[in-house]
Design a protein around this ligand. Structure first.
Ligand code: GLC
Length: 467
């Protein structure tokens, strides 16, 4: 089966969040299962594209208010485990960042160029799999735009990684979409705006979300799309993400200070913790709590300064925070360094290597998310023997079970300062129950969240669409 994933992000080429991790892993695992799964994404001006060489496989031109030329590029030397196609539109996409203020035009151009290329391929795709709203107009264009008539019968799947963002734009830009029968314009609309995510839900053959629980939640909280998702629920399904267990393996991860397996987890984690604590002036004898991620409301980041402050007054834990985002949250967190020297420290920014070390070094990872479609960090934590402390939402609810309920992690019911602080209090008691805590660490490292079974679930879904 010839599958094309179309996405704004794909690790290691360009990643802003979990979307990049998923699109960088899923095709690899689908290929391992014997399919031909490739990725199409924009050609950005970044480290990856600067340090690799590419060859051109197609050139074209399209209109978006004015004419734009584009090339489809592929890697000269590819060790990614899937074919990668990059859409190079010098005047639109070739920037150092992934997202910006003129994303309507940028991603429309990306989607049009992608379809201009796909439609003329000798070997037509069997499945076109779109990710998030940036590629949400593809199912509409494939089924309605005259230029893509040949792709009308190709099944489309759209995966919602985050339903909060929908890519809305005004109807006065409708002429930018390649010509179609105007009586079908309603398929683009939701509440008087062109809504790419809503259009994808209406037009795609199947809609997936990245965990089963998130699919249910969206029917009641989807930033305005609740009715639509309830109406279309027959074609909607939640498939839990996996993690790339080759990249995320403490036994081979060369970012770590010391590698470790289940057998050597105690000494391995200790070595990483000692290094990190030295680097950040923290006490390695205390349980180490970590937060890794974007400092935004969805992740509950605004709660962290108070949760941390409440916990730090007892001087019985160390905390490391790695992330960036909302500047007022950044500032409040940074202040904690001066209020609790030796017990709290942070790295404001993003650092992939440091993130790996933090997963290895920490005893607990906190995720007080308000919204978490799947969440990958809790799965990385488990694999590295770190206990996740999570709010009971989205995919967190599907992947973490409380240690007081025959489980292995800590769940709290609600993204509030009180719930978050109490969860940390429970975690410290758990940590002090040394034998149980050690046994639990070995148990969580065994949990298999690799992509194998989810990659197969997507293939089963595709097969159900191929006539
Ligand atoms: C988004 C979601 C996150 C999910 C990821 C990958 O970043 O916020 O929960 O794990 O996409 O699907």
């Amino acid at each position: 089966m010839n599958i094309f994933h179309i996405s704004a992000e794909c690790y290691p080429i360009a990643k802003v969040g979990g979307l990049g991790d998923v699109v960088g892993a899923l095709p690899k695992y689908q290929n391992k299962l014997g399919e031909t799964s490739s990725v199409i994404m924009p050609f950005y001006n970044n480290k990856f594209t600067q340090s690799h060489t590419f060859k051109r496989v197609f050139s074209g031109r399209f209109n978006l208010g004015r004419p734009f030329g584009f090339d489809i590029l592929t890697l000269e030397d590819n060790t990614l485990g899937y074919d990668l196609y990059l859409v190079h539109i010098p005047d639109l996409l070739y920037t150092e960042y992934v997202y910006s203020s003129n994303d309507t035009e940028r991603f429309l151009g990306f989607q049009i160029a992608t379809l201009d290329w796909l439609v003329q391929l000798k070997e037509q795709p069997n499945i076109v799999h779109c990710h998030d709203h940036h590629t949400g107009l593809i199912p509409f264009m494939m089924s309605q735009s005259y230029a893509y008539h040949k792709l009308r019968t190709t099944p489309t799947v759209v995966t919602i990684h985050n339903g909060q963002y929908q890519g809305w734009f005004s109807h006065n830009k409708i002429h930018l979409i390649p010509p179609f029968d105007f009586s079908k314009a309603g398929l683009l609309d939701w509440k008087h705006l062109i809504n790419p995510l809503a259009s994808a839900i209406k037009c795609a053959w199947k809609v997936t979300t990245v965990s089963p629980n998130y699919m249910e939640e969206l029917k009641y909280a989807a930033n305005g799309l609740e009715d639509l998702l309830r109406y279309e629920s027959g074609k909607c399904v939640g498939i839990l993400n996996g993690i790339d267990d080759k990249i995320w393996d403490p036994a081979t991860d060369d970012n770590l200070i010391q590698n470790y397996s289940i057998k050597t987890s105690a000494s391995g984690k200790k070595a990483n913790k000692q290094w990190l604590c030295k680097e950040f002036n923290l006490n390695p004898e205390l349980p180490l709590f970590a937060f890794i991620g974007r400092l935004v409301g969805e992740k509950g980041a605004d709660l962290l300064p108070e949760i941390f402050n409440n916990s730090l007054v007892h001087k019985n834990l160390s905390i490391i925070m790695l992330g960036s985002g909302d500047s007022s949250v950044e500032h409040q967190l940074d202040q904690l360094k001066y209020q609790h020297p030796g017990y709290y420290n942070n790295y404001i920014g993003y650092n992939e290597r440091l993130a790996h070390i933090v997963y290895a070094a920490a005893d607990f990872l906190v995720m007080p998310s308000r919204v978490e479609p799947c969440g990958l960090n809790q799965m990385y934590a488990l694999r590295y023997g770190t206990v996740p402390i999570v709010n009971k939402v989205g995919g967190l609810k599907d992947t973490v079970r409380d240690f007081d309920d025959n489980g292995f992690g800590i769940l709290h019911d609600g993204a509030t300062v009180h719930e978050g602080s109490f969860a940390i209090f429970r975690a410290i008691n758990f940590y002090n129950d040394t034998d149980r805590f050690k046994k639990n660490r070995n148990l969580i490292m065994k949990i298999d969240h690799s992509w194998d079974s989810s990659a197969q679930a997507y293939i089963n879904l595709y097969n159900s669409l191929i006539l």
